[in-house]
Design a protein around this ligand. Structure first.
Ligand code: SAM
Length: 312
């Protein structure tokens, strides 16, 4: 059983790692520093892993935005301190509605940081200049931050209605290192409910994979993310089970790739640029790390059928 407090703390770990990689120049994020003050110094293979995670998910987000022609909505499940809303806003690529969900203790902290920083609050769209705040929730015209437990579907349903979600609009669900912290029955229930409610949708899931050795034992090496270790997560699946989790729970189709494939599909010039930031003596270390993470996508409706990675 994963402890909720430890799960919430995994957000601090992810945010600090992202801030460290951003400060080294792996990718640009002018907003992460408003949410997290600390950085943790990480070895180059971890920074490159975060780079692949951010750029890999961005690739599918871009595809979604293009296919839905700016008329869709993004729902980030277990968003933590993710800055995607603000990055899309600056790039003038915002969808019509953007919803972030996490435990109330995490969204309360995010609300606090948004209120505190003009650079964040000024970018929220308002229809009549009004932004509604509670301690844990925030509602602007095209951005909704909501405290809820993803295991409680009736509350989730009410909260999505409050966030003015249109169940028939093209919808992108993002979950980056989140489902692994929710027990498998509750994850199945959530995935199934989303499939039933959103007939025109794409799900992009980043998480651990292939963590068992040939004897079926969970690997306890330093390859596992610190967040995973903190929360005591043991249950890591194969690419096939990642896809099956969607298709047996009502999604029309699913594909998945290890992060080795995702990394190799990123533009070569960019890979060369980030590989010059820090020396990595043993390339094998990076490959081993990337083999243990994946992106799985699933779709409902014809709009997002058979999306694939670029040929690197
Ligand atoms: N997605 C963000 C990122 O990649 O930077 C945060 C990742 S962090 C490793 C996992 C997040 O999932 C945490 O913020 C945690 O609170 C959230 N989470 C896990 N289980 C949840 C649940 N049952 N309900 C709501 N949020 C949950």
């Amino acid at each position: 059983m994963v402890d909720d407090e430890a799960t919430q703390a995994t957000n601090d770990d992810a945010s600090e790692c992202k801030r460290h990689a951003v400060n080294l120049g792996y990718w640009t994020d002018p907003f992460i520093n408003f949410f997290v003050r600390q950085t943790i110094r990480k070895p180059p293979e971890i920074n490159r892993g975060y780079y692949a995670r951010v750029k890999g998910t961005e690739y599918f987000i871009e595809r979604f935005l293009k296919l839905s022609d700016g008329k869709g909505q993004i729902i980030n499940l277990g968003a933590g301190f993710d800055t995607l809303y603000w990055r899309l806003k600056d790039a003038r690529k915002s969808p019509q509605n953007f919803v972030e969900l996490d435990f109330p203790s995490v969204t309360a902290k995010k609300c606090y940081h948004i209120k505190k920083h003009k650079q964040l609050i000024d970018r929220l769209n308002t229809e009549d200049g009004e932004i509604k705040f509670s301690t844990t929730d925030l509602h602007a015209a095209d951005y909704h931050l909501i405290g809820t437990d993803l295991r409680h579907i009736s509350e989730l349903s009410n909260k999505l209605t409050q966030a003015e979600v249109d169940f028939n609009s093209p919808t992108l669900f993002l979950s980056e290192c989140v489902l692994v912290y929710i027990d498998s029955n509750a994850t199945s229930f959530l995935i199934k409910w989303l499939a039933q409610k959103f007939p025109n949708s794409l799900f992009v899931n980043y998480e651990q994979v292939n963590m068992r050795d040939k004897f079926g034992q969970v690997m306890l090496s330093n390859l596992r993310c610190r967040g995973c270790l903190l929360a005591g997560v043991e249950d890591c699946e194969s690419l096939e089970t990642q896809q099956r989790r969607f298709t047996i729970n009502g999604w029309e189709g699913s594909s998945s790739w290890t992060m080795v494939e995702i990394y190799d599909s990123l533009p070569e010039s960019e890979r060369k640029r980030i590989e010059r930031i820090e020396m990595l003596d043993e390339r094998e270390l990076l490959t081993q790390l990337l083999q243990h993470y994946c992106i799985a996508i699933a779709w409902n409706g014809p709009m997002f059928k058979n999306i694939s990675i670029a040929q690197g």
